[in-house]
Design a protein around this ligand. Structure first.
Ligand code: AKB
Length: 325
């Protein structure tokens, strides 16, 4: 049964967050009430159980058309290029990440009572930001093109809220870990691949140095944070740029030890590449007191509980795949 007045639109639904989010929103609000959309047909079966629309976020007319065809009351705009890909495809990243957001903000601005969610990232911080317990308000001088788009996006969100009354809500996500969908093109992707490789061949070659600690979050907590901020009353959401949220922090060496406790034969080697420089510019841990105080954010998972669930769930998937061969 739906608790929202209109339908929910998820842009970028075939990606890592989108896949988990669509499943969770459909479970809560009913399949028909959640419109999944992406620039490409979803390969994943999970998106087949409800409405799907092909949408390029660079096409403002097409977004408008979808708003006309459905009675949309909530939008999750997730379509973006992540940090590692963005360094390789600078112009494309700028275009998709900035123009895409601007298009959605402009469409939403013309309509009343639409809630918009847009994910920011720990990438808004840079090498001069305090690395430990990074505060909500601090130095934001990103040195990656992805971080620059996220910081500019945060300023746009606040601007559209303050000047056009757009009810936009945002969270600065750390690296996200899920067993349902793979990430694509991020610096923190190793934290997902390491589980797949540990189960398949008990070995992983890591592209970051052993001691590169980064903030991470298990996907169920990320979904919880999105649902939490979207169900808060407008006056609870006091920050309209983006909120810090924290889940856990670990280095490749630390997560390898946790995996080794469950898969004793697991070994890891390190061969840092261009992503090391990106990781070095980001914080190690995040202070999320404002999210906790303003709209009651609280994560459920620790590194140990996340790793145990990842291994259990991925083992089931690998067994299932093997039995269908
Ligand atoms: C990335 O690594 O680019 C993302 C992020 C931290 O925003 N996972």
């Amino acid at each position: 049964m739906s608790s929202t007045k209109g339908k929910i639109l998820v842009l970028g639904a075939a990606g890592q967050i989108g896949t988990d989010l669509v499943l969770s929103l459909r479970e809560k609000h009913g399949n028909e009430n959640v419109i999944a959309s992406d620039i490409k047909e979803p390969i994943s079966e999970v998106l087949d159980n409800g409405p799907f629309e092909l949408i390029d976020v660079l096409n403002e007319e097409r977004i408008d058309e979808i708003f006309l065809n459905y009675n949309i009351s909530e939008v999750y705009h997730l379509a973006a290029l992540l940090s590692a890909t963005a360094e390789k495809l600078m112009d494309k990243a700028w275009h998709i990440n900035m123009q895409g957001l601007l298009n959605i903000l402009n469409v939403v601005k013309e309509k009343n009572h639409i809630k918009l969610f847009w994910p920011s990232s720990i990438a808004v911080f840079g090498p001069d930001t305090p690395k430990k317990n990074t505060p909500q308000h601090t130095i934001t001088e990103p040195t990656t093109i992805y971080g620059i788009t996220k910081l500019a996006g945060e300023r746009l969100c606040e601007y559209y809220h303050d000047n056009h009354g757009v009810d936009v809500r945002s969270i600065r996500f750390p690296g996200l870990i899920s067993y349902k969908a793979p990430p694509g093109g991020g610096t923190t992707d190793y934290a997902v691949s390491i589980f797949h490789e540990a189960l398949k061949q008990e070995y992983y070659k890591c592209y970051l140095r052993s001691e590169s600690t980064l903030p991470m979050m298990y996907m169920p907590d990320a979904i919880k944070s999105m649902v939490g901020i979207m169900s808060a009353s407008p006056d609870q959401v006091k920050i309209r740029s983006s909120y810090n949220v924290s889940g856990m922090s670990f280095s490749p060496a630390e997560i390898a030890l946790v995996i080794k406790k469950i898969i004793p034969g697991f070994t890891i080697e390190y061969q840092p590449d261009y992503r090391q420089k990106i990781a070095d510019s980001w914080p190690q841990s995040i202070d999320d007191n404002r999210a906790r105080a303003d709209w009651g954010w609280l994560p459920d998972y620790s590194t140990d509980s996340m790793a145990a669930e990842m291994i259990t769930e991925l083992s089931k998937t690998i067994k299932k795949e093997a039995s269908t061969l």
